[in-house]
Design a binder for this molecule. Structure first.
Ligand code: A3P
Ligand code: MG
Ligand code: MG
Length: 395
């Protein structure tokens, strides 16, 4: 019932069906037996260039360098080339998976069998949303889910209305968002261990920001009994790129901590920093800034040590609660989808919609035709999977 009361959730389309399945929200008390999470191992990396073209190269790879003291994060704001908001399609990740499979086939086969053993395929952002849900009391989310050959594909569902809302960012928010990217520019270089020296720019500026450019890593890992392939952006690496996730760095900005209230706020934020980084096995560097965007201090965090920092504090959270919930959520999804009677329609790609409502829980329902065509959005897709990928699986 709470679903209908929550103004954050768009329930207009598709409508909830009588056949909806509900998973009640967890309590945030510790569980007895922690669910295991396997150290991620990298499968491959790829880059998006300035025109958002994907290539299996490290062209967008950047190296960590200490940012100049007192750097102005506002620098270059006028020249920011902002990637338009998108629907968060899974296509890039599928290209990577297709390539991993192909490589396996080339070296003796087994690619398709390997993929059949993978329970979940998703972008890192989707998994972060799932895992941090037990402590999320504001923002709901929706995702599209498909199952092919026993693998669940998850994709964030962003309605057209939500997309327009995201694109229409308030100037103040836009600037704050830019601070995060600017910190990346100040803290990275195109070569290891050497600050960028670009003519016409202050020393240490890594180059004007174009948020289409991204370097991504695809890893495999395992939550409980579920094997997963997860892809996500990696901001930069330390020293030389070893191919291992241990040299990766996630950059974050946060307001300087001036008192207990700021501290509690920061500790709450650490939950998202933690899971975002944990999923790819990446350590974090936080740049603390003043409200007007001047960098004050920089602090490194070893990801696995973060939970210890917040334990027993006012803004405390417990990662075992999140892992337990994540495991239950995934098993719930699987049981709903696998328990639903199959029909001839299966071959056409059924899409499920999972909706999360803070303080209520998750609802999973099968999309009707209208719902599916909204997801396909007139593109050449089967459900939300691009047709080329679907055909490849069906070959
Ligand atoms: P911070 O990292 O300082 O928050 P990421 O940290 O994931 O690499 O993202 C880089 C920056 O993108 C963030 O900097 C933030 O400024 C911006 N950003 C990420 N997600 C955002 C969102 N949902 N809304 C607005 N800005 C966002
Ligand atoms: Mg990033
Ligand atoms: Mg970052």
């Amino acid at each position: 019932p709470a679903i209908h009361d929550n103004p954050d959730i768009d329930i207009a389309s598709p409508r909830l069906q009588p056949s909806d399945h509900h998973l009640v929200y967890p309590s945030t008390t510790s569980t007895t037996k922690p669910v295991s999470f396997q150290q991620p191992t990298p499968l491959l990396t790829f880059s998006y260039d300035q025109s958002r073209t994907l290539s299996f190269t490290d062209s967008a790879l950047r190296y960590y360098v200490d940012p100049p003291h007192g750097a102005e994060l506002r620098y270059g704001y006028e020249r920011w080339i902002k990637r338009p908001e998108e629907k968060g399609r899974i296509d890039g990740l599928l290209k990577a998976i297709s390539r991993v499979k192909q490589k396996m086939e080339d070296s003796g086969g087994g690619g398709s069998e390997w993929l059949r053993g993978i329970g979940i395929v998703s972008w890192r952002g989707v998994m972060t949303k799932i895992l941090t849900a037990p402590y999320e009391d504001r923002d709901g989310w929706e995702m599209n889910v498909m199952q092919v050959d026993g693998t669940l594909y998850l994709e964030e569902h962003v309605s057209d209305a939500k997309l327009i809302e995201k694109e229409d960012m308030k100037p103040h928010h836009r600037l704050q968002s830019y601070y995060g990217y600017s910190f990346e520019a100040w803290s990275t270089s195109s070569r290891p261990d050497r600050m960028e020296a670009l003519p016409g720019h202050p020393s240490g500026w890594g180059g004007d920001v174009n948020t289409s450019v991204q370097w991504c890593s695809v890893v495999k890992t395992k939550l409980g009994d579920t094997r997963m392939v997860i892809g996500g952006e990696v901001d930069c690496v330390r020293d030389k790129f070893s191919g291992q996730t241990t040299s990766f760095v996630e950059l974050k900005t946060s307001l300087v901590i001036r008192g207990p209230q700021d501290e509690a706020r920061f500790e709450k934020k650490l939950l998202k920093f933690y899971f975002q980084s944990f999923l790819l096995g990446v350590p974090i560097v936080v740049g603390f800034r003043t409200p007007s965007g001047q960098l004050t201090t920089v602090q490194s965090f070893k990801t696995i040590q973060i939970p210890r920092l917040v334990r027993g504090k006012p803004g405390a959270w417990d990662p075992t609660v999140c892992l337990d919930w994540g495991d239950r959520f995934l098993r719930f999804l699987r049981s709903v989808i696998q328990g639903s009677p199959s029909t001839a329609e299966d071959d056409k790609g059924r899409v499920w919609r999972a909706k999360f409502n803070p303080r209520a829980g998750v609802t999973v329902s099968l999309l009707d035709e209208t719902g599916v065509s909204e997801v396909v959005a007139g593109e050449d897709r089967v459900g939300f999977l691009p047709r080329w990928y679907w055909d490849e699986l069906r070959r």
